[in-house]
Write a protein that binds this ligand. Structure first.
Ligand code: TRP
Length: 329
C-alpha cells in the first residue's frame, strides 16, 4: 500500500476552505492509504513563536483534525517534535544539501523579504527538514497545494541524491499528490478568489456565531442586478457557492431566482447565509472545543501517534545508519 504524508505548521485555524478541501481528501485517503498526518512544530520555530502560543496552536490543530474526522486508529496522527528520529535524518541529509540550491528556494527568498531580521539557518534548511519528514516513512504521495510543490520536488532530489551517493534505491521518490482538480473551490468573503488563511477572508471552524455573523455581513456584494437574467457577478457567484455547501438546494434556488428577477435584497440573503453557516459550523466548533479541553484524550492520541511514527521512523534510521557506514561493533 502506498504511503501518504501531510504536514501542517501549527499556526492559525482551519477554515471552511480547508474543511471542504484538504480535509475531505484526508478522510478519503485514510481509508485507502497508509497515512501519516503530523504537526510540523519544528518548522514553526523558524518564525519564533512564544512557548505558550506554540503549545496552544498544536493543541488546536490536533483538536481540529480529530473533530473533522481524522481517525487516529486508521491514520498515524503525530507531533513532529515527538519523533527525534526525524531530527537525526535531517542532520544526515544536511550534509548533501547545497547552500546554493537552498538559497534559490522560492519560499526562502520570500521569507528573507518578510522577516529580514530573522534569516536563520532553520529557514535555509527548511526543505531539508521537510524531506526528512517525508522520506523517513518512505512516503510517495504528498498532498500539497501549489506553494509547496517546490519543496516536494526538492525532497525528490534529495532522496534521489542519497540513493545515488550510496548506490542503492533505498528511498522511493515522493511526488506531490494534487487533488485540487476534484474539489469545489471554496471562495472567500471578499469577492476575490479562494478562501485562505492569510487573505483575511475566511470563516474558521472555530469561529463563534457572532464572528460568523460579522464576517458574512461584511461580505462583498455588487450594486444589484437591474436587467433580468444577467449572469451573477464574481462576488455573488461566490456567495452562491457558499450557499451550495452549507444550505439546502431550495435556499440556493430561491436566491438565484430572486437574483434573476432583480428582486434580491442582499441584506436578507446574507442573514440567511450567516444563519446556515452558523448551523453548519456550530457542531464542529463544539466538537473542537470538547477535544481541545480533553487532556486525557489528547494524551492518548498523541501517545499512539508517537509510537506508530517512531516505529516506522526508527526502522528507516537503522537502515540509513548502516548504509552510511555507521555500523555497530
Ligand atoms: N511546509 C509545509 C507548509 O508550510 C508544512 C510541512 C512540513 C509539510 N513538513 C511537511 C508538508 C512534509 C508536507 C510534507 O505547509
Amino acid at each position: 500500500m502506498e504511503t501518504v504524508l501531510s504536514g501542517i505548521r501549527p499556526t492559525g485555524n482551519l477554515h471552511l476552505g480547508n474543511y471542504f478541501g484538504a480535509m475531505r481528501n484526508f478522510l478519503k485517503m485514510q481509508d485507502q492509504y497508509n497515512c501519516y498526518f503530523f504537526i510540523a512544530d519544528w518548522h514553526s520555530l523558524t518564525t519564533h513563536p512564544t512557548p505558550g502560543d506554540i503549545h496552544k496552536n498544536i493543541r488546536q490543530v490536533l483538536a481540529e483534525y480529530l473533530a473533522c474526522g481524522i481517525d487516529p486508529e486508521k491514520a498515524t496522527l503525530y507531533v513532529q517534535s515527538d519523533v527525534p528520529e526525524i531530527a537525526e535524518l535531517y542532520l544526515l541529509l544536511n550534509m548533501n544539501a547545497y547552500i546554493g540550491e537552498l538559497e534559490r528556494t522560492t519560499t526562502f527568498k520570500d521569507k528573507i523579504r518578510k522577516q529580514p531580521d530573522n534569516v536563520n539557518a532553520g529557514l535555509l534548511t527548511y526543505p531539508v527538514l521537510q524531506t526528512a519528514d517525508i522520506i523517513i516513512h518512505k512516503a510517495t504521495k504528498v498532498p500539497v497545494g501549489k506553494d509547496q510543490e517546490q519543496h516536494v520536488e526538492m525532497a525528490r532530489h534529495f532522496a534521489r541524491r542519497f540513493n545515488q551517493m550510496y548506490n542503492n534505491d533505498y528511498f522511493p521518490e515522493p511526488h506531490p499528490f494534487d487533488f485540487t482538480g476534484e474539489l469545489i473551490k471554496i471562495p472567500g468573503l471578499d469577492g476575490s478568489g479562494k478562501m485562505g488563511k492569510s487573505e483575511g477572508n475566511a470563516v474558521n471552524l472555530a469561529d463563534s456565531d457572532k464572528d460568523i455573523l460579522k464576517k458574512v455581513s461584511k461580505a462583498k456584494t455588487d450594486s444589484g442586478p437591474t436587467v433580468p437574467n444577467t449572469p451573477p457577478t464574481e462576488e455573488i457567484k461566490n456567495l452562491f457557492t457558499l450557499f451550495s455547501v452549507v444550505s439546502s438546494p431550495d435556499t440556493l434556488a430561491f436566491y438565484k431566482e430572486q437574483y434573476a428577477n432583480c428582486s434580491i435584497r442582499y441584506g436578507d440573503m446574507k442573514k440567511q447565509l450567516a444563519e446556515d453557516i452558523i448551523a453548519f459550523v456550530k457542531p464542529i466548533r463544539e466538537k473542537i472545543e470538547d477535544i481541545y479541553n480533553n487532556d486525557a484524550y489528547l494524551a492518548k492520541v498523541t501517545k499512539m501517534g508517537r509510537e506508530k511514527a517512531r516505529e516506522s521512523a526508527s526502522k528507516t534510521l537503522k537502515d540509513v545508519r548502516e548504509i552510511i557506514g555507521f555500523r555497530s561493533f
